[in-house]
Design a protein around this ligand. Structure first.
Ligand code: AHR
Length: 521
């Protein structure tokens, strides 16, 4: 009890240091290999996912132009401002499972004439189609992100997908371009990423890998981008977790492809879920559940390595990106929330889940060149919760904010022994870390202390680089399951942090279960 109280006070007061928690002999030494130039950390690994699911888009993004909630053309201003601040590089839409049942024509034209349809995947609710193509493109333009559109392979046709792409991207005065202009947008839209189906091994059609490859070749040929100003990367459906069947089949087909089709990416979906149906509590958990979830999330390392190794066999030059376009914690739903809406609270543990995954993607930056956390607002491991006119930022949001300097930065390899700690039978590393140099040459380090019970003292050596200042932010919390709520929105919020600098060494003390990002000058 006294220990937890001390930890809670320490975490709260952790703006600078917490000397009472000195760990001495367990210091973790980290050396940055400044002579080595790593790959670029593609800003697209910080992508978001927005599906027609629960309150993710309706209320979370779209309130309509007549709403009392301040909005721009129906899109809520508070959510746009928050997303702009984390520099969202791309948003994947309209799903998810929803995408393979989505017919784009239902979502264009006058909003009061659009047909209500059904959303059988997510609560069986009515889909009003008021948020459609133009609303989505307006939204991504408002937040400064690229569009990642997922086309319907499961229940659509190649002609439907081809028409949608022509409608979106052609600058020529075709009938579809004229229809787009009549609907308010004469200029072609930019589509940066195109998903060719979603989970075609599951909700997207239960296809075998070879069945999917047959579809892929057709859609990759006909769903054309006509907007020369915006190159479009086509992303094939890839593996479900560790199963390499899709990876093998798609990469083999790509290696033997003809001139008539091509792809630029392969998708991987993997949630931190432990077991189905998702039953781990979002709050009110103990050290054992905390450790089990973190252990499960660290499995991303082995998944990315496994699929990268298969891809290397067919594509040693790494032309095809591995795109982890669904990841995040999938926990037990919030009690009382509507069935199928996938609403869950977001705690300091989720912040660590985010940081650990982003670190894995960054270390694999040569192959992992895009990723999308599921999902952006009100669904699963969300950045933002809304309740009518109120908005709250989650601990996960703060991690994305703190990691902005890593967008398009160059990875700097780190050497360190992470140490370990145990909760029952579950053994985990004590710390995790990445470093990168931004475009201006400034070095950034992100340090995660996984241990919820002990401060981690870091001794960071930067050979050949004298440092004068090491300032940044720390995200710590009174408890590992602390959350932000509408009533108390800033329980988990970043605080300024200053590490101690001596010549080429930096000494940092990391609060229990915390994330610290430091810029070195
Ligand atoms: O993110 C929720 C769902 O999870 C997506 O719709 C689907 O692709 C995945 O199974």
């Amino acid at each position: 009890m006294i220990r937890s109280l001390r930890l809670a006070l320490c975490a709260l007061a952790f703006a600078f240091v917490c000397p009472a928690m000195a760990a001495g002999k367990d210091d973790v030494s980290i050396t940055a290999d400044l002579a080595q130039q790593g790959p670029k950390i593609d800003r697209n690994i910080f992508g978001q996912f927005a599906e027609h699911l629960g309150r993710g888009l309706y209320e979370g993004v779209w309130v309509g132009p007549d709403s009392k909630i301040p909005n721009t053309r129906g899109i809520r201003n508070d959510v746009v401002a928050a997303l702009k601040a984390i520099k969202v590089p791309n948003v994947r839409w309209p799903g998810g499972c929803f995408a393979d049942e989505y017919h784009w024509r239902n979502g264009i034209g006058p909003r009061d004439k659009r047909p209500p349809t059904l959303n059988p995947n997510w609560g069986g609710v009515i889909e009003p189609n008021t948020f459609g193509t133009h609303e989505f493109m307006d939204f991504v333009q408002q937040i400064g992100a690229d569009a990642y559109i997922s086309i319907n392979v499961g229940s659509g046709t190649p002609a439907e997908a081809a028409d949608w792409l022509e409608y979106l991207t052609t600058p020529q005065p075709t009938a579809l371009a004229k229809e787009r202009a009549a609907n308010g947008h004469p200029a072609p839209y930019p589509v940066a990423l195109l998903g060719i189906g979603n989970e075609s091994w599951g909700c997207g059609g239960s296809m075998t890998p070879d069945e999917y490859v047959n579809h892929l070749k057709v859609y990759a040929r006909y769903a054309r981008n006509y907007n020369a100003a915006q190159p479009m990367r086509r992303i094939a459906v890839g593996p479900d977790g560790a199963d390499t069947g899709y990876t093998e089949a798609v990469m083999k087909a790509w290696k033997n492809k003809t001139w008539a089709w091509d792809i630029e990416g392969l998708s991987l979906h993997s949630y931190t879920v432990v077991k189905w149906p998702p039953s781990f509590k979002a709050t009110g958990f103990g050290e054992s559940e905390y450790a089990t979830i973190l252990k499960a999330t660290l499995n991303m390392e082995s998944l990315v390595s496994t699929h990268s190794a298969v891809m290397d066999q067919y594509d040693p030059d790494r032309k095809i990106a591995l795109v982890v376009d669904e990841w995040g914690a999938w926990l037990a739903p919030t009690p009382g929330s509507p069935e199928g809406f996938l609403e869950q609270q977001n705690s300091q543990r989720d912040a660590l889940v985010a940081a650990l995954n982003l670190n894995i993607f960054a270390r694999h930056a040569a192959r992992v060149r895009a990723a999308n956390i599921a999902q952006m607002v009100n669904v699963l491991q969300a950045m933002i919760f809304t309740r009518q006119e109120k908005m709250v930022l989650t601990p996960t949001y703060h991690v994305f904010h703190m990691y902005v300097p890593f967008q398009d930065a160059t990875l700097v390899p780190l050497q360190f022994q992470a140490g370990s700690w145990k909760a029952g039978d579950v053994e985990l590393p004590r710390v995790d870390a990445i470093a990168a140099r931004d475009a201006a040459g400034k070095l950034w380090v992100a340090l995660t202390n996984l241990d919820p019970g002990r401060v981690a003292r870091i001794d960071l050596t930067l050979p050949g680089k004298p440092v004068t200042r090491a300032n940044g932010q720390v995200l710590a919390a009174p408890k590992m399951d602390s959350v932000n709520s509408f009533e108390a929105p800033a329980v988990v919020a970043p605080k300024p942090y200053a590490a101690k600098v001596t010549g080429k060494r930096v000494a940092a003390e990391l609060a229990p279960a915390s994330i610290t990002v430091i810029g070195l000058e």
